[in-house]
Design a protein around this ligand. Sequence first.
Ligand code: ADP
Length: 497
Amino acid sequence: MASEKYVIALDQGTTSSRAVLINRAGRMVDCVQRPFQQIFPKSGWVEHNPQDILYSQLGSLTELLAKRGLTAEDIDSIGIDNQRETTIVWDPTTGQPVYNAIVWQCRRTADLVEQLCGTSEARQLIQEKTGLLPDAYFSASKIRWILDNVPSARERAEAGELLFGTVDTWLVWVLTGGLVHATDVTNASRTMLYNIHENCWDKELLNLFGIPASMMPEVRRSSGPFGETSYPGVPAGIPITGVAGDQQAALFGQCCFEAGQAKNTYGTGCFMLMHTGHEARLSNSNLVTTIAASAPQVEGTEYALEGSVFVAGALIQWLRDQLGIVQNAADTEWMAKSVEDTGGVYIVPAFTGLGAPWWKPDARGAILGITRGTTRNHIARAALEALAYQIYDLADAMAKDAGHPLGVLNVDGGASANSFLMQFQADLLGCELRRPQNTETTSLGAAFLAGLATGYWSGTDELKALRETDDVFRCQMDPERVGKLVAGWHDAVHRVM
Ligand code: ADP
């Protein structure tokens, strides 16, 4: 019998690169992680050295292969998931980037975005074409900044001598020995230059941002052939057959393949995505519309609505590091369970303003309803509840925008380990909440996309069957109590606004 083959996910994140070995049962067998340097040239500016990204990623891959004694024959395929929007421009003849990667978090182009698309017409045009709300976050203004600020970059780009890519594109280009300049639909949909309805780079937007079309990569489906490894030191001939931005990869890894299925990642902040099937629903409440990764069997384009919460696990960190009232994040679970309720305390963690659906960048946070009887346990509980209320608001807006009720919420991320939080969330949402055993959903999604394209897995039904028994949380609270709690939360939100 032939020995088992594996799929490798290259999980290229904002602070580290990982190579993850996944078997046919969908289990993570091994993983090598390499952090890399964060560069902060000025306040609000964030960069990475593209070579650091590359070498940390290749280093994790080769170390993983060496550690397990694996050769190209043992690997069915590679899937890539990556930090989204981060922008790299390079010269294909030398293979050298012309500037550092401008990271998604970087705010240097906030004024430029205001200048180029500050009017309500421009805003509407961008939302209609790309599903996004104009922001420095997305790649378009970052490319423009490089063309405006790197000596001779614009002339070289106009002469067809420079290429643009998000991190997936850079990795694919290098790994294929410079043969393939391509991205996938999910990454393309985060550039603010891609028409998500017509599935092409949008000429009008390229003109608006002054970006030559020759720089742009070819756009492919997330699950399908991208090329083969051909780079010194990396075993040659491994097919690269899956690419997706990290959040869309996580949606896929959570087996959200149909409209109404959603995932939320409870990390430092939260990222929530809801699949909306073949319909690109535009939001009325400051959510963005994005392309979802699809299985190869699916015809046409699938979409998702996406929203984020700025402060989630960060609130728990704040209780620990600034207030010192919890020793470690996990303690909040027993602290919350040790009291019956918050005693009327609400925390609105608007440290950096209120995100969707409220969108009040100037709002600041508050702790309300404290009395002489308030203890640290009440505060800890109020903090966990605040995470859940923010997701409740987001889910409510999403369901309205999508025209679908939320069917099931799949969870992952560090704070999803907190069972009090999960139960309270299920109580508020009134829908089933599923926490998989394997919460490495991002890598899993990239692996799934790669392995579906090669036939390593037969289809999404097989993937669903691989999911080991999840922890399931169902609503246990009576609707009247939910209504009262939510009304109290909204009262608190309106006070900080
Ligand atoms: P990120 O990937 O955004 O850095 P993680 O997914 O690793 O974040 O999650 C870490 C965050 O989750 C931290 O902000 C931490 O405070 C919070 N967290 C971790 N474990 C728990 C827990 N058991 N209960 C509540 N919050 C937690």
